[in-house]
Write a protein that binds this ligand. Structure first.
Ligand SMILES: *[C@@H]1O[C@H](CO)[C@@H](O)[C@H](O)[C@H]1NC(C)=O
Ligand SMILES: *[C@@H]1O[C@H](CO)[C@@H](O)[C@H](O)[C@H]1NC(C)=O
Length: 201
């Protein structure tokens, strides 16, 4: 049994651009401005036994210029499934192109997307949890009873793309709703207020 914790976040994604450095993501790759994100719904399910996390992100986007391509940034995250839906919820015919060494996930549509319409991109993904100091990572904290394992986030300046596919640049600000699945004995902290907690088998 685990609980879903929903947190409403309104914060910036993306941030300063650092010098070109593979470890920092490919900062020299710039996103196109033909589409932009309005809202993200991000679900994260960490697994402290297997040291992995599973995730699912839905990004509502608006099309600003006619295009058949949506480009997202994504480094070292395993993509399991990608869906594209129009504003009526109908699936849009598309193909996916992942350029791993550049950290790019491109979605190409058979027909151009319609200007001023909204679409939803839904990506299911997974990744390992490592001991490091950026992205979504493992760390320890001390309690009276000893060392405890924690998973923390550090997304700045270009580390959000190491956690989930996104428009990881400063211009693309959007609203976030984040859900974290946890066991009933685990705790979850955020810099934003808790919206709801629900139980799941
Ligand atoms: C479709 O999008 C491409 C850019 O990806 C653009 O060059 C082309 O003019 C667009 N076609 C139409 C019919 O708007
Ligand atoms: C999607 O596009 C491909 C190639 O453009 C085509 O072969 C296929 O029939 C299309 N599928 C649908 C459901 O329209």
């Amino acid at each position: 049994m685990y609980q879903i914790v929903g947190l409403f976040f309104v914060f910036l994604i993306g941030l300063q651009i650092e010098p070109q450095n593979a470890y920092y993501g490919n900062s020299y790759i710039r996103l196109e401005h033909k589409t932009k994100p309005l809202q993200y719904w991000l679900k994260v399910i960490p697994n402290f036994h297997e040291l992995i996390y599973k995730g699912d992100v839905t990004i509502e986007i608006i099309v600003k210029e006619s295009t058949n391509k949506i480009m997202l940034l994504c480094n070292y995250v395993e993509i399991d499934d990608v869906q594209l839906l129009d504003d009526k919820g109908t699936e849009v015919n598309k193909s996916i192109n992942i350029i791993e060494h550049l950290g790019i996930l491109n979605i190409y549509t058979a027909k151009n997307l319609t200007v001023e319409r909204t679409y939803k991109i839904r990506v299911a993904f997974h990744n390992d949890l490592f001991f490091r100091k950026s992205g979504f990572f493992l760390s320890y904290y001390l309690e009276n009873t000893g060392k405890k394992l924690a998973a923390l986030t550090h997304m700045e300046p270009t580390r959000a793309r190491f956690v989930f596919p996104c428009y990881d640049e400063p211009e693309f600000k959007a609203k976030f709703t984040i859900s974290v699945a946890r066991q009933s004995y685990e705790i979850c902290h955020s810099n934003m207020p808790l919206a709801f907690t629900s139980k799941k088998e």
